[in-house]
Write a protein that binds this ligand. Structure first.
Ligand SMILES: [Zn+2]
Length: 342
């Protein structure tokens, strides 16, 4: 489903009735829709009008989907979303659900094989939202309101997920943590109050957030945070120490040297990488780099042969390099590492 009100209605309906939602990215191929719907044994599929033809084209591949529903009105075997709603009573009792029940199945992209459905519980979603809150909004209180504007996704950074299918199975009883979702925060945002990060060129005053981390990268600095109480390092920075949970942090520069801890070569990248010329014939490498300071960062790995991943060895000594891409408002710096000269 594309971003539209019915997507939120369906999502929260799943939570309240004890189903697990199965969001599907509308950019996928119909065969990928079919795999995910069939693999999850979704009992019903709600589909945007723009995608209904694709869905009907895979009808035989998704026998478990007993109900196909669209907000565009009944047509052929497609049921009308509004008619179904108006035909039911307004009375409702929430399902008896627990925080550790599955809230949704989140399918991977399937770059290296068939997609896998990660089972996220309501507690998982709550932790994800609170992590976002701690990282991006330190200092906010219970009276603050956030305007959160991703593509209709409560998982913060995931891109549009759609074609809302759900699994109506007794094995997937779910709890509700709806009040913790940024969608709800956004819905409450009237009047909306926005706070912007205080512009500061002074390093010490920058909040310990991913945004600051990126700003430093733009200045060709790889920075981490250090807990003043226990000395624990974090890179990217964290506003709260993961060891002692104190929030008295300071910025520290990283040396920029480390070794390759893990890597993968990507043949089907996001649009920004395709624009750089990467594709199946010209894959690129990304990895986890363990810095000399002991912390691990994600980065592009340059100067290795991504066409022959077997030639890349973990433990490879690396040094930092800052890749500048785009211009003016689209300018962005990408953290990368390259092998140390031998
Ligand atoms: Zn600490």
């Amino acid at each position: 489903m594309y971003n539209r009100p019915e997507m939120f209605e369906a999502l929260y309906a799943c939570f309240k009735m004890g189903c697990a939602a199965v969001p599907i990215n509308f950019r996928l191929h119909p065969k990928e829709f079919a795999f995910i719907i069939d693999h999850s044994r979704a009992g019903a599929v709600i589909v945007s009008p723009e995608l209904s033809e694709s869905l009907m084209g895979i009808r035989e591949l998704i026998p478990s989907a007993r109900h196909l529903i669209t907000p565009a009105g009944a047509s052929g075997k497609l049921l009308d979303y509004e008619s179904l709603l108006s035909g039911e009573t307004d009375r409702w009792e929430d399902a008896d659900v627990c925080p550790d029940d599955s809230a949704w199945l989140f399918y991977t992209s399937g770059t290296t094989g068939a997609p896998k459905g990660a089972m996220l519980t309501h507690r998982n979603l709550l932790a994800m939202i609170m992590g976002y809150y701690a990282d991006i909004c330190p200092g906010f209180g219970s009276q603050d309101v956030i305007l959160h504007a991703p593509p209709g996704s409560p998982s913060s950074s995931r891109s549009g997920r759609n074609c809302g299918a759900w699994r109506a199975s007794g094995r997937f009883r779910t709890g509700t943590c709806a009040s913790a979702s940024p969608i709800t925060w956004a819905a409450r945002a009237a009047p909306v109050r926005l706070r912007f990060w205080k512009e500061s060129r002074i390093m010490e005053e920058r909040p310990f957030s991913d945004l600051s981390y990126q700003q430093f990268l733009d200045e060709e600095k790889l920075m981490g945070s250090r807990c003043r109480k226990c000395g624990a390092l974090s890179a990217p920075p964290r506003p709260i120490c993961i060891h002692c949970h104190e929030s008295d942090m300071e910025w520290v520069p990283m040396s920029g040297f480390g070794k390759l801890a893990a890597y993968t070569c990507v043949a089907i990248g996001p649009p920004s990488m395709i624009a750089e010329g990467y594709d199946r014939k010209n894959p690129y490498c990304v990895g986890v780099v363990e810095l000399d300071e002991g912390v691990r960062v994600d980065a592009r790995i340059e100067g290795v042969n991504a066409r022959q991943p077997e030639t890349i060895q973990t433990g490879l000594p690396l040094q930092v390099v800052f890749l500048h891409r785009g211009e003016d408002e689209k300018a962005r710096t990408c953290l990368a590492f390259e092998p140390l000269p031998t």
